[in-house]
Design a protein around this ligand. Structure first.
Ligand SMILES: [Zn+2]
Length: 87
């Protein structure tokens, strides 16, 4: 039986190594480049303290696809400084 607390389960196991102790971080990701780039803030990424793996959950990927699809209505135009890593 599923219950509500499953959504907030802190003892989630790593998909990569199977150990408990993954944490969720919020990051900013950029999709595409140049004029067409789409910046998505607050993307939840799962990071494993045991093996160092970081990955997105299926529901996160799904939401990202949804945002990309509806970017015209969901995204706001912001001007931002973009630097390229030089090394
Ligand atoms: Zn792991």
């Amino acid at each position: 039986m599923l219950n509500r607390s499953d959504n907030h389960n802190r003892k989630r196991r790593c998909d990569n190594c199977g150990k408990a102790g993954v944490i969720e971080k919020r990051i900013t990701r950029v999709y595409g480049r140049g004029q067409n780039a789409l910046v998505i803030e607050n993307v939840p990424v799962i990071v494993c303290a045991q093996c160092g793996a970081s990955y997105l959950e299926a529901k996160t990927l799904h939401e990202i696809e949804r945002i990309k699809l509806h970017r015209k209505s969901l995204a706001k135009k912001k001007s931002l400084d973009v630097a390229a890593f030089a090394l």
